[in-house]
Design a protein around this ligand. Structure first.
Ligand code: PMP
Length: 287
């Protein structure tokens, strides 16, 4: 029994479907020993994956970036996700996929002829409710101490774990990370600001993970006639932003209405957020 976990939920490990609590890997798995692996999290609404192509494209990029050959075509990944969803039953859920370099003697360099470990599980997904949507979240600033390949969705998440714990210890919901005075992202979300009706985001680079919602928000802003610019955002601009917005698979799109203990703009969700929120909900409804 693993406390607070749906032990009976369905998992996939190296070709077999098992109860989550029964899934077993070796302690020599390089994911455990070195954090040598990558992952994906696909949100599923009413049994339908949202922005699946984007998630699979990012999965392929992450695998290629660290030289893991998983021997799975996009169609096979899609079939695996569909199979898990079918076994889990309809409704909203998250499909978590993790691929590590596999099990080998503990030596840093890549092992030869080792099959990667392929793991997937389905976890419950409770969509952010009215309270968060209407009141918004709180955040504080921290220095971004992570490595310089944040574009890879690596399971080496210690920097992100410490960032999120900083938020918990500070009694706030999220952190905004800054590297050399410029905004990067949250602990596990992308961050956007609105100023004078325009939406701004840090550019795609090795300093942030490009969320699947990054491209989605670009599409939604264009469709809504909201100006958008991707460019470095200084801390001083965040301090005087009209709105701060976060996006992630599990948080969808939410307003940050308090930053560093002060209200952002008037301290309530703003018009850019409200417009994009409605567009996001419509994109889910259209699935
Ligand atoms: N940045 C980081 C560091 C993340 O972990 C995530 C994923 N939770 C995101 C951004 C947002 O990505 P997505 O929209 O694909 O969930």
């Amino acid at each position: 029994m693993i406390p607070d976990v749906d032990n009976d939920s369905i998992a996939y490990l190296n070709g077999e479907f098992v109860r989550l609590a029964d899934a077993r890997i070796s302690v020599l798995d390089r994911g455990f020993i070195f954090g040598d692996g990558i992952y994906e999290v696909v949100p599923v609404y009413n049994g339908k994956p949202f922005r699946m192509e984007g998630h699979l494209a990012r999965l392929a990029r992450s695998l290629a970036a660290i030289g893991i050959q998983a021997d799975m075509t996009p169609a096979q990944w899609e079939a695996l996700v569909a199979d898990l969803i079918a076994r889990a039953g309809k409704g909203d859920c998250m499909v978590y996929l993790q691929i590590t370099r596999g099990v080998a003697k503990r030596e840093h360099a890549f092992p030869n002829n080792v099959a990667p470990t392929i793991f997937a599980m389905v976890t419950p997904f409770k969509r952010p409710g009215a309270e968060l949507r209407e009141k918004g979240m709180s955040a504080v600033a921290i220095p971004d101490i992570r490595w310089l390949h944040c574009e890879i969705k690596s399971v080496s998440l210690l920097g992100n774990v410490l960032a999120k714990q900083h938020a918990v210890d500070a009694g706030v919901d999220e952190v905004l990370q800054f590297r050399e005075g410029f905004l990067t992202e949250g602990s596990s979300c992308n961050i956007w600001i609105a100023k004078d009706g325009k939406l701004l985001a840090p550019p795609r680079s090795n300093l942030i993970l490009e969320g699947i919602r990054y491209g989605l928000l670009e599409e939604l802003t264009t469709a809504a006639g909201i100006a958008f610019e991707a460019r470095p955002i200084a801390r001083s601009e965040v301090d005087i932003a009209d709105e701060i917005i976060l996006t992630s698979a599990s948080k969808e799109i939410l307003p940050i209405t308090h930053f560093e203990g002060k209200p952002v703009g008037p301290g309530v969700p703003g018009p850019v957020y409200t417009t994009l929120r409605a567009a996001y909900d419509r994109a889910i409804d259209a699935l």
